[in-house]
Design a protein around this ligand. Sequence first.
Ligand code: ADP
Length: 971
Amino acid sequence: MNDLGHDNTTTSDGGMRTLLRALAWSGHGPGAPDTWPPELRVAVDLMLAARHPTLIGWGESAIVLYNDAYAELLGERHPAALGQPFSALWPDFWYEIGPLVGAVMRGENAHLDQRELAIPHEGRLRPRWFDISYAPLCSGDGKVAGFFHSAIDASERVLDERWRAFQLALATRLREVTSAHDITAAASAMIGAELGAARVMYAEPHADSHAEIQSGDFVVRSEWVRDDVPPVVGRHAHLDRFGPQLVALLRAGQAVVVRDVALDARSAASIASYERIGVKAMLALPLLKGNRLESVFSVQVDEARDWQEIDLRLLQDVAERTWTALDALRSHAALRDSEARLSAVFDSLPVGVGVTDLEGRMVLSNQAMQRYVPSGVMPSRDPGRIDRWRVLQADGTPLARSDFPGARALRGERVAPGIEAQYRDDDGVESWAHIGAVPIRDEHGKITGQVSVVTDIDRVKHAERLLRESQEKYRKLFEQMDAGFCIVEVLLGADGQPVDFRYLELNPMFNVQSGLRNARGRTALEMAPGLERFWIERIGAVAITGVATRFESYSEKLGRWFEVNASPLGEPGARQVALIFRDTTERHRTEDNLRRLALEDAEASRRKSEFLAVLAHELRNPMAPIRTGLEIMRLRADSPETIERVREMLERQTRQMTHLIDDLLDVARVTSGKIEIRKQLVDLNKVAASAVETSNPMIQGARHQLAVNMWNEPLLLDIDPTRIAQVLNNLLTNAAKYTPPGGQIALTVAKEGREAVISIVDSGVGIPLEHQATIFEMFNQVGRNMGLSQGGLGIGLSLVRQLVALHGGRVIATSAGVGQGSSFTVRLPLGVQAAPGQDEPVQPERRVAQRRSFRILVVDDNTDAAESLSLLLQLNAHEIRTATNGRDALIMAEEFMPDIAFLDIGMPGMTGFELAVRLRQIAGLGGMTLVAVTGWGSDEDLLHSREAGIDHHFTKPIAAETVSTLLSTIA
Ligand code: ADP
């Protein structure tokens, strides 16, 4: 075997070299190797050394010699094929191969790429793809003696290309579809066609309930079938019905490959289920989520099939891509959902939100924002819209465009909380908005835009304004009202009971009405320590019960009356009470005064009636002795002694009556303000002396001892000496009256500081303490003079006090009590000028207001009228003349020089007006009083009277009262 055995390069010549040697000895073939031409030997060596299936065809009939790899391709036909003509080797393909062999024998190279051949493999045939080539083998003479043929397995490349192409197609297809159903349908159709399947199904757990998923009930969601295969889409069945072992694999996440359901032990028992849907062989792939079987992709064929690895790989791809696409779809749908939700929320936001780029263009904005930026550009960058916005700064100037929040945010500023601005809508209506803006930055911190938020705050502003207005109104009200106002917070103790309250708010009148200063922030007890608990309880109750109250009460502590309106404020928990109050002290004082005055009035009128009774008595008293005295004088005219005594008695009684009546008249004058005080500088000592002189008879009569202590030098006072003498006389007379006979009386004149002091002290009945204050009131007599009725009307002291007061002085009475004597002290201011000697002698008992008598002329043409008027006037002891005409009257007046003339107006000859004028022209009568007494009383007549210089105008008949009033005014 030197020719076939020296090839030391070959490694794969297992049996082939031996077989070739054997062949050499047989009768056919190329003969013994040593007879082979060298080119054949070289070719055989190469062939045997080749790893790919390689064959040599030699000679006319192309006797074949091949290597081990080729032997594998031939399967059972080897080794019989060795030494056979090539045409016998592939009879089925000779139509393809023959032309190639013809060509190579003509000296050309020939090849056939990717020829699919069913190659025996593990007892079965399996498709393989080969690149087949033929190259001519030439003999030494250059003729083609045979060919060199190799078949290189290109299956991997072919399958790979197929897989790639399928993947590309699948990806393209899946990209086109958008629904879950379309995805599974497209994927099923593609794999079905690719694998030449009868059916591809995509099954999922029956999704009605989780329990069913666990139970293994699956439904066919989507399906692809070959035209002649009945569909089963929508049907559902329990997985276990297809063989529990297979199902277990799926649940474990493993692929199921069944070549023949009838022969596979794992499915054979469930053959009926397979037959029902016409399945003979199948591939199935599970999808697990967690450890739950989510879905199954299955490729089925209606005849037994040797599934190739590529089939499973394609199915895996399809399944994976389907699931990925479904996942993407789901998450895309979820994303879309959440985006939709987000945009719904975004759009329904009550605030406008807008995101702009650096140029101020809106890149995102919600509905609310559209109103403000319809042009899609932020206002500060939009000259057409910026004037819609009005923003005033604190100083009242409009905000510059570059200071708008959006512009500031683009410069990197966070404009939060932002500014308030007024925005004018298309319809011209302005509303308030709040604008805030913040910059948006990328990951390097570079500003890429800004986001603005615009909030419509018009209603807030409106409410704010209303609130402000109402606050303002209330503030004004509280400030201007004249009542005190405050808001207090009631402070509670541990037991929940009010213990104090704090002033929170006060109005200006608070101070005035309460008398408290700077009370704000302080408590009632701080302001007025010891304030009555009543106030705190009463106001606290309002806070606790929430019930308003109104009351009036007196605070001893504050010394005031208060009328209070207390109302709860806010929630009960706030414990706040609004108080409106008034200081009513003045009103109470007035009321008290009125009450006292009413009492006093009643008392005065009681005293007045008493006085009248006393007056009647006092006047009647002297009448009896006077009448009796007169009777005695008539009867005993012969006895001068008796008459003298009676005359003294009569004088006394008359004096007493006169005194009484004078006092009465004086009181009346003082009361009506008509008393006349004629002040002059006099020495008080002298005035006192005159009073002593006047009262002496009375003092003597009662056998009192009178001590008189004058001031040792003249005490000059600017007084009416008559009146002051009257005062002292009254006091001395009282001392005499209210001292039992034989008592002591002392009169002292002294000087204390700028005052003269006269005191009259007696040892008499004294004055009970309770009467000392009221003794100077008119008609006041102490206990009917304690049995010492000396005659008197209870007006003397009243007169004393009033006269002293008229001189700017005062008088007081003191007494240690009943039976302890009394002391009356008069104080008078000293006179300013010291001019002794200028005083007139005092004329005691001279009445100033003695009635004047006038000379009166009555002129009336009616003699009766003239007569009656003159009678009326005569009653008042005037000197009267009458005339019946103007002429007589004028003559009479010149001689009579009347003080007053009563003139009738309507007289024949000369009227009263004319007469009046002419009377006044008489020398010395210019100042006389002219009175018209006439039947004429119109306004015109009155005017005439005035023009004629008439002083008074009366209509007839003139009343006696009118006449006396008239005369008293003239007096
Ligand atoms: P009259 O003496 O007319 O009653 P007065 O006004 O002079 O009235 O005096 C009022 C009263 O004051 C007297 O009624 C008497 O009760 C009391 N009174 C006045 N002077 C004295 C006095 N010197 N001693 C005690 N009581 C006096």
